[in-house]
Write a protein that binds this ligand. Structure first.
Ligand code: HEM
Length: 411
């Protein structure tokens, strides 16, 4: 079929849900010559894909194996660190990594971070207020999650700016960020990531000697509380885990905050309702995650032939799970394009499903709710002053900036 299926075409970058809707309606299991991939857009198909062992997440190790012959290099060392990430592992390796990381994401511990996150948000908003109206991404949405992750890992405050740089460099190297990366940027990013690895290696050594109350210490302690004779995380795996938390938890949360603010301020009446009622912040954020989730596409590799809606999906092919399709599927959500603060059972897929479902979802929600609730409350009449500059990547729904203005706050 010659349906428009280029998710990187300007109109699809501007409105991915519209392209996904056409595919979902006319060809829900679509072979895309543009992406050389199957595009799945229906809610039920994507949920089934998350649970289908014929679809593998293990996609960095094969790249590494192909480069094995070329000898040691910065790229090899960085890819090797990334290939240990649970998000690009299948069971049984994934099962072990996820269990050992679990100690750092205990519900009570995350919930206890609420106050600290609120304090960090207030600090950023204070600074934003003194510099006057500007870019809410640079002022709040971008710095918050990197600071939270640095703090969770127990990094000294002075080092936190480097976390933001490393996060960008990881995005560049891990997923090519749209392929526009120039060679010199790539080389610079690799050098930065080698510094990052050395930094995390020191941090790991430090916490092994001297455990603290942070998540890194909890992941190290995971080994002694692990069931049976399971081996704990190695130093390399711990270094990889720090990098993964930074990579997986930074840009996604930045975009969750920015996309939610954009969506909620587009309608002044809605904005003022949510600003006035703290109980509405959580459902508003869930609707923003459903309608404008930070992740557009998740990738899987087919490892066994199987049929889906009469198509044969073959081993070696690639499948892309198009989340804006699932999250607005009328078979699953009534009035799917409407932001409904009272939507029941809002089981959107912004955080995925199945064994890889986001391990940081509780933390991400906490950050997003505190950030969104606070900016709506403290910046009255908040409105966005420019069209979004959506970044043309497949993986994320991300704007480069969020220029805003607001009414002078009462002194
Ligand atoms: C996995 C979304 C924030 C850590 C995932 C997945 C999604 C997702 C869709 C599944 C990937 C897949 O199936 O291939 C999001 C969104 C976030 C967010 C939308 C922000 C709103 C965070 C945060 C952290 C985090 C704050 C931690 C600090 C992870 C990790 C995985 C993951 C470690 C891999 C889990 C596994 O493979 O078992 N996330 N995430 N995420 N996320 Fe998040």
């Amino acid at each position: 079929t010659d349906l428009p299926d280029d998710l990187l075409a300007p109109e699809a970058v501007a409105d991915p849900a519209a392209v996904a809707a056409v595919l979902r309606e006319h060809d829900p299991v679509h072979w895309s010559p543009t992406h050389r991939s199957w595009l799945l857009t229906r809610y039920d198909d994507i949920v089934a894909a998350f649970r289908n062992p014929a679809l593998s997440s293990d996609r960095v190790r094969p790249v590494l194996a192909r480069r094995e012959g070329r000898g040691p290099s910065a790229e090899h060392r960085v890819l090797s660190l990334i290939s240990d990430w649970m998000v690009v592992s299948d069971p049984p390796a994934h099962t072990r990594l996820r269990r050992l990381a679990g100690g750092a994401f205990k519900q009570q511990q995350i919930a206890a971070m609420g106050e600290r996150i609120q304090a960090l948000v207030d600090e950023l908003v204070d600074a934003f207020l003194t510099t006057g109206p500007g870019d809410l991404v640079a002022g709040v949405a971008y710095p918050l999650p990197a600071t939270v992750i640095a703090e969770m890992l127990g990094a000294p405050r002075a080092d936190r700016d480097r976390f933001r740089e490393w996060s960008d460099e990881l995005a560049l190297v891990a997923f090519g960020t749209g392929g526009e990366a120039r060679a010199d940027r790539h080389a610079r990013a690799l050098r930065g990531l080698e510094e990052m690895a050395a930094y995390f290696r020191d941090l790991v050594a430090d916490r092994r000697r001297d455990p603290a109350g942070d998540m890194l210490s909890a992941m190290i302690a995971g080994e002694s509380t692990g069931p049976g004779d399971e081996e704990g995380l190695t130093d390399d795996e711990l270094v990889g885990m720090c990098a993964l938390l930074l990579f997986a938890g930074h840009e996604t949360t930045t975009n969750a905050i920015a996309n939610a603010v954009r969506l909620l301020t587009a309608d002044p009446a809605l904005r003022d309702r949510v600003a006035a009622d703290p109980d509405l912040v959580a459902p508003a954020v869930e609707e923003a995650l459903r309608l404008q989730g930070p992740i557009k596409v998740l990738v899987r590799w087919v490892v066994a032939d199987h049929d889906l809606r009469g198509r044969t999906i073959r081993a070696g092919e690639r499948v892309q799970l198009v989340l804006p399709g699932a999250n607005r599927d009328p078979e699953r959500f009534r009035d799917p394009d409407v932001l409904d603060l009272h939507r029941e059972r809002n089981q959107h897929l912004a955080f995925g499903r199945g064994i890889h479902a986001c391990i940081g979802a509780q933390l991400a929600r906490l950050e997003t709710r505190h950030a969104v609730g606070t900016v709506l409350r403290r910046l009255p009449g908040l409105r966005v002053t420019a069209e979004p500059d959506w970044i043309p990547t497949l993986a994320s729904r991300a704007a480069g900036s969020l220029p805003v203005t607001f009414d002078a706050a009462p002194v």
